[in-house]
Design a protein around this ligand. Structure first.
Ligand code: TYD
Ligand code: MG
Length: 421
C-alpha cells in the first residue's frame, strides 16, 4: 500500500506531555475502587470483564449489518437512563436514521447526546465542551484527521484517528467505544490494524441468516478473553440470550444419525452445541471434506485418527461436519463429539439424544482430559441430559455430581464398547 509508514502527528500533545514525566513507585499509584460502570446489558458486561472501565478504549468489530450500532445504541439507552452522560457520534447515519432506529429500541432519556460528525478535530472539541462519560464513535472508517492526507478508511487514517481517541480516553478518563467494520478477510484497512492500540477488542459474529449474534472478547486488558455474550436480533433490537445452550440445541433432530450433543467452554460458561456429520460414499474423484463452524484441519486429523485407530474406511467417503446454528467453536473438547457424529453417520446408527459427550481426542485414539469437567456435566444435567461420556481421567473431578449417568472412557476403542455406540 502507498500509505506513509509513519503518519505525522502535527499539532497534538502526546500522552507524555500531558502528564509530568516523573517515575513513581507502585505504592504511590492510587487505585480507585470501582471505576467501572455496568453497561446495563449483562451479556455485554460479561465480555467487557465486568463493565465499562473508565478511560478505556473499546473496539467493537464485525461485519456490516451484524448489529454493532444497534447494540451500542441500546447500551446508550441503559446508560442514559441512569443519568450517565453519553455522546453518540455517527459518521454513517443521519440523525433521522438514528432516531428511527432508536424508536424501535425504546424510549431514551435526555442525557444521551447525538452528533453527526466525521472530523476528529471537531469531535475533540465537542467532547471537551460537553465532557461526556462515555463516547461512541460509529464508525472508525468514516472518521478523518486533518493532519493525515489519506482518505477516511485508509490504514493511516484509521490508525491515526484511533491514536487521537486514545489520547482523549486516557487524558480525560472518558470511555470510548469505537465501531469498526471488518470484511470477511479481515485484512482490509480496518480494525485489525488497531487491535494493539485499544484496551479491549470485541467481535460480533453470527450467521446473518440466523437471528442470534455472538459477541466475543478477543483482547481485554481488564478481564478474561474468550468470554462470549449471546444475543438474539428481534424487531425491537438485540435481546440477551441467558440460556445459550437451550437456544443452540433447539430444533435438534430426534433419532437421526450423525447428530451428537457436545460441550464447549466459552470463557467461564459451558455451552452445549449440536455437532452434525454426514458421511457418504464418494461418487467420483477425491473425497470432499468440509467443516463449518470448527477447524477444518482438526476435523481432517480426527478423520485420520478414526481411519487408523478404529479402522473406519473413510478414504472413500465424503465427510461434512457442521456445528448447528452457525456458531464457531474451536475448543478441542468438542473432538469427541465430532468423532462420535462421524461414526454415527458412517454406520447410520443414531446416538440417543439424551447423551452428551466431551473430551479431546489424541493421535493414538486416546481420550484426553479437558478443563472444567464439572461445569460441563452440570450444564448437561440442567438441560435434562441423562448420560455424559467424558475422559476417564476427569471422572474424579465430577464425583460430586449426582442424578446423571457419567461414563468415563480412556480411548476411542473403549468408547465403541459402550452400549450407545
Ligand atoms: P446495525 O446495528 O445497523 O448493524 P451494524 O451497525 O453492525 O452495521 O444492524 C442492522 C441490522 O439489524 C439490520 O439488518 C436491521 C436489523 N435490526 C433488527 O432486526 N431489529 C432492530 O430492532 C434493529 C434496530 C435492527
Ligand atoms: Mg452501523
Amino acid at each position: 500500500m502507498e500509505e506513509p509508514s509513519a503518519p505525522k502527528t502535527v499539532g497534538k500533545a502526546s500522552v507524555t506531555q500531558r502528564h509530568k514525566s516523573e517515575p513513581v513507585t507502585l505504592s504511590q499509584i492510587d487505585l480507585q475502587e470501582d471505576t467501572s460502570i455496568s453497561s446495563g446489558i449483562e451479556e455485554l458486561d460479561r465480555v467487557l470483564g465486568g463493565g465499562i472501565v473508565q478511560g478505556s478504549l473499546v473496539l467493537v468489530g464485525g461485519d456490516p449489518g451484524i448489529g454493532k450500532s444497534t447494540l451500542l445504541l441500546q447500551m446508550c439507552r441503559h446508560l442514559s437512563e441512569r443519568k450517565i452522560k453519553v455522546l453518540y457520534i455517527s459518521g454513517e447515519e443521519s440523525l433521522k436514521q438514528i432516531k428511527m432506529r432508536a424508536r424501535r429500541i425504546g424510549t431514551f432519556s435526555d442525557t444521551l447526546l447525538l452528533l453527526c460528525e466525521t472530523n476528529l478535530g471537531t469531535i475533540e472539541q465537542v467532547i471537551e465542551r460537553q465532557s461526556p462519560q462515555v463516547v461512541i464513535i460509529d464508525s472508525i472508517q468514516t472518521m478523518y484527521n486533518e493532519a493525515v492526507t489519506s482518505a477516511p478508511g485508509s490504514v493511516s487514517q484509521v490508525r491515526e484517528s484511533t491514536g487521537v481517541l486514545l489520547q482523549i480516553a486516557k487524558g480525560k478518563g472518558v470511555s470510548i467505544f469505537i465501531v469498526g467494520h471488518v470484511t470477511k478477510e479481515g485484512n482490509v484497512a480496518g480494525p485489525r490494524v488497531l487491535e494493539h492500540m485499544v484496551d479491549t477488542v470485541l467481535y460480533f459474529e453470527g450467521d446473518r441468516h440466523a437471528s442470534y449474534r455472538i459477541l466475543r472478547g478477543v483482547k481485554n486488558r481488564f478481564g478474561s478473553t474468550n468470554e462470549i455474550g449471546v444475543f438474539e436480533m428481534r424487531d425491537t433490537g438485540l435481546a440477551e440470550v441467558k440460556n445459550p445452550s437451550e437456544f443452540l440445541l433447539e430444533g435438534r433432530p430426534k433419532d437421526a444419525s450423525g447428530s451428537v450433543a457436545a460441550c464447549s467452554m466459552e470463557g467461564t460458561r459451558p455451552i452445549l452445541i449440536e455437532i452434525q456429520a454426514l458421511v457418504c460414499k464418494t461418487n467420483f474423484g477425491i473425497p470432499r471434506r468440509t467443516a463449518a463452524g470448527t477447524d477444518f484441519n482438526r476435523v481432517n486429523l480426527l478423520l485420520a485418527v478414526l481411519e487408523k485407530r478404529l479402522g473406519l474406511n473413510l478414504a472413500n467417503c465424503d465427510a461434512y461436519v457442521n456445528i448447528a446454528g452457525g456458531i464457531k467453536m474451536h475448543e478441542p473438547a468438542i473432538d469427541l463429539g465430532v468423532v462420535l457424529a462421524v461414526i454415527s453417520s458412517y454406520r447410520d446408527q443414531p446416538i440417543p439424544d439424551s447423551v452428551m459427550v466431551f473430551g479431546e481426542v489424541g493421535l493414538s485414539g486416546e481420550i484426553r482430559a479437558v478443563s472444567m469437567a464439572e461445569q460441563r456435566v452440570l450444564e448437561a444435567k440442567k438441560l435434562g441430559f441423562q448420560t455424559v461420556i467424558l475422559p476417564k481421567v476427569s471422572l474424579k473431578t465430577v464425583e460430586k455430581v449426582k442424578g446423571i449417568q457419567i461414563l468415563g472412557v480412556q480411548s476411542l476403542k473403549e468408547m465403541m464398547g459402550l452400549r450407545f455406540t
